[in-house]
Design a protein around this ligand. Sequence first.
Ligand code: DP6
Length: 385
Amino acid sequence: MSAIPKYDRATKSLSLTATSPINIALVKYWGKVHESLIIPANSSLSITIDQADLCSKTKVELIPTAEGTEPQVRLVLNGKEDKITSRIRSIIDLMRERTEGVRAHDDSGYTLTLDASELRTHSLLITSENNFATASGLASSSSGLSCLAFVLSQLYGVPESFPGEYTKFARLGSGSACRSLYGGFVQWHRGFQAIQELTEDAAKVSDQSLARAVELSQESMEWWYNNLSILICVVNPGDAQTYQKDVPSTDGMKITLETSELMKLRLEADLAQKHIDQLTGYLEARDFPKFAELTMKESNQLHAVCLDTYPPIFYMNETSRQIIKTATKLNGQGNIVAYSIDAGFHVFLFTLKEDYVKVHEAMSVLPGIDQIIITRIGREGVKLI
Ligand code: DP6
């Protein structure tokens, strides 16, 4: 992967572009123990989706600032000017602080070196596009913010000071984004054993709250790559008239943690870690029926703690529930399909290739589904292009 930014002599700007996949959590992250450092209350495990089908593409340009003016930051998301959130601002501030300078070149081979102080005075133009509906529950924050954080680190010439640090940068944009740095199955460890570690040294815990690829044998990993089909049911919002969700996940998880007794029990019993350990075993054993059961139970538990939140939060709609009922029927003789739903109403379905047609046929006759995206596990995480 080449991290040498491109230099444009005409505009004197430096740029880099990357693409990043979305990921869907099988064991769900829900709740933070530190809001600004984005340290999760529990560990999580996700599956990376093939970025040939769903991805964010982000270009970042460093542009010289006119003399006497402050460096600006602009974000153009899917063709429209968007606001720079405090989280994006904090990643940029961190990159400006950590930059070690960068070397860029143009098409003719001309090379230019900019030191850290020069880079800090440049303005930024971020142009990002998703090939799917933003804020729809299709996890655009995971692909968008992992892409942005990674491009910024490369453009500012910021090396990792410990392995996995780039996942920390991505996490500061959005928790789930840290899992999009890798392909396959990815685990994000919460970074602490006991909660007092956090009060003693939050910064240290933050440095340990990292994502990494789940270690499976080559044979098992290839088996999942070759056999698992993923169907994404893009559900019509119905009365909601919009794909934007009612309660953004950041707010939803905060209220759940504050008010749900069930959530408290999930954390006390460390169910997420228990589920991660079980799931990892099923992945290694290539046990689809058990993988399916646990995936569905985890999804159900997320929506159960949301319902237990006061006032309750509903992410699923009638169509999502019909898809669950249809999957349950299909599983009558043993599990052939699993569903997983995040903080939205769209439904991710997992099935083995041999059952894919059966599952697709049963789902495609249901009303309320706008589109079924057929995809698979992505082998790659974020990458420069
Ligand atoms: C339901 O990562 O969007 O998708 O960290 O506040 O940005 P912030 O939240 P976000 O939450 C994702 C929640 C989830 C489950 C998951 O992806 O693990």
